[in-house]
Ligand binder design. Structure first.
Ligand SMILES: NC(=O)c1ccc[n+]([C@@H]2O[C@H](COP(=O)([O-])OP(=O)(O)OC[C@H]3O[C@@H](n4cnc5c(N)ncnc54)[C@H](OP(=O)(O)O)[C@@H]3O)[C@@H](O)[C@H]2O)c1
Length: 349
């Protein structure tokens, strides 16, 4: 690579606010890839609720302004630095070479400086993942956040390929891009799956992905739905991003010895903890973020391995594809939560 800087373009914001008010498409100078880095031209970008929240100051604080956004994408390596740095990770499988199709590993790229809502980005090689061969770019851009988040949350809840059979798993807010992945993964492993949505319109689609699906918009409807779906037996594990009024209902509806894993608080509301029931029912309450496997190399490799081994079973559902140039409007659309599965930004539109 020459020492000349590379001009990329990225969506950036200078202060918190609504996506359609604060995001700007701007040129950004990049240095040529250094040792252990790769320059990647992005083709498709997976959209996550964290981006909608990040722009509004409801996610991790921006390290600096202006900040870029985005964590998940698929692209093609167009240049590489000299060997060095941490080098490719053990799970990169295919050689990292110019022309290779790669995905970004959420949580390992610097959101602020090289966030994925862009055309070209410079990334450490150990932040690059393979894309299942028969996946489209959009499907590849919708895979890894789901695998990392929900594979890790399942493992924490004690549900793995070896243990899933015979267990009942509840997935709340299951129409999300995360929910779709975990329903497919747990079904491939043999668990019985229950799915909830606030929206009656999403239930027929969710019924094709889960053994049972029902509307739950508050604690009472959630408890009633679980009781009916399990004949009063309760669930063995629940993955929940809602918290708030859902939480006491989850505790009341859990089977003895069940696990409840919280991986977000969508409403941001306080969550009551009925500790007496937790004790009496011998429940395991856990919190989860993708930083758990990112801190544990062996666990990370295990979870990413599931993404490749079960790629045919967990092919993502693409809710819609929008042009990268329409990212602010697409984020507003994501905020309305009318989609089921993953919204994608197409860099070539
Ligand atoms: N802990 C982690 O490391 C981690 C990593 C990735 C994602 N997450 C979290 O996982 C969740 C799903 O992410 P995603 O990107 O897949 O989200 P998404 O596609 O935007 O889906 C979120 C879904 O949550 C449901 N929901 C329930 N209550 C809601 C409310 N008050 N406001 C808005 N939506 C509500 C909606 O489904 P219905 O309308 O069908 O109910 C909505 O479709 C997000 O909360 C995200 O922050 C956490």
């Amino acid at each position: 690579m020459s020492e000349q800087t590379i001009t990329s373009h990225a969506w950036q914001f200078d202060g918190y606010g609504r996506p359609d008010e604060v995001l700007n498409w701007r040129p950004q100078s990049l240095s040529p890839p250094g040792p252990g880095q790769a320059l990647v031209r992005l083709h498709a970008i997976g959209m996550n609720r964290s981006e909608f929240n990040y722009v509004q100051g409801r996610y991790q604080p921006a390290r600096a302004f202006p900040s870029c956004i985005g964590q998940e994408a698929v692209g093609e390596i167009v240049a590489q630095g000299t060997p060095g740095g941490d080098g490719p990770a053990p799970w990169s499988k295919s050689p990292l070479e110019v022309g290779a199709r790669v995905a970004l590993l959420p949580g390992r790229i610097d959101l602020c400086s090289t966030g994925a809502y862009r055309d070209v980005g410079c990334y450490p090689q150990n932040a690059l993942l393979p894309v299942p061969e028969d996946y489209s770019d959009a499907e590849g851009a919708a895979l890894w956040m789901g695998v990392l988040t929900m594979g890790g949350a399942l493992e924490l809840a004690g549900i793995t390929p070896e243990t899933a059979r015979g267990k009942t798993l509840l997935v709340t807010a299951a129409s999300s891009s995360m929910g779709v992945v975990v329903l497919k993964l747990a079904r491939a492993w043999g668990a019985t799956t229950l799915a909830t949505s606030r929206s009656a319109a999403k239930i027929s689609m969710l019924s094709t992905l889960a053994d049972q699906a029902f509307v739950a918009h508050d604690g009472d409807s959630l408890a009633a739905g679980i009781a009916e779906a399990t004949g009063g037996a309760g669930f063995d594990a629940a993955l929940d991003p809602v918290g708030a009024a859902f939480y006491p209902a989850l505790v009341s509806s859990a089977a003895i010895g069940a696990s409840i894993v919280s991986y977000e608080l969508i409403t941001g509301q306080d969550t009551p903890l009925p500790i007496a029931k937790v004790m009496i029912k011998d429940l395991a309450l856990r919190g989860y973020t993708i930083y758990r496997p990112l801190r544990q190399p062996a666990l990370l490799e295990r979870i990413l391995g599931w993404g490749l081994k079960y790629a045919a079973d967990i092919r993502p559902i693409i809710a819609g594809t929008r042009a990268l140039s329409d990212a602010p409007a697409a984020l507003e659309e994501l905020g309305r939560a009318e989609h089921l599965g993953k919204l994608i930004l197409d860099c070539n539109k």
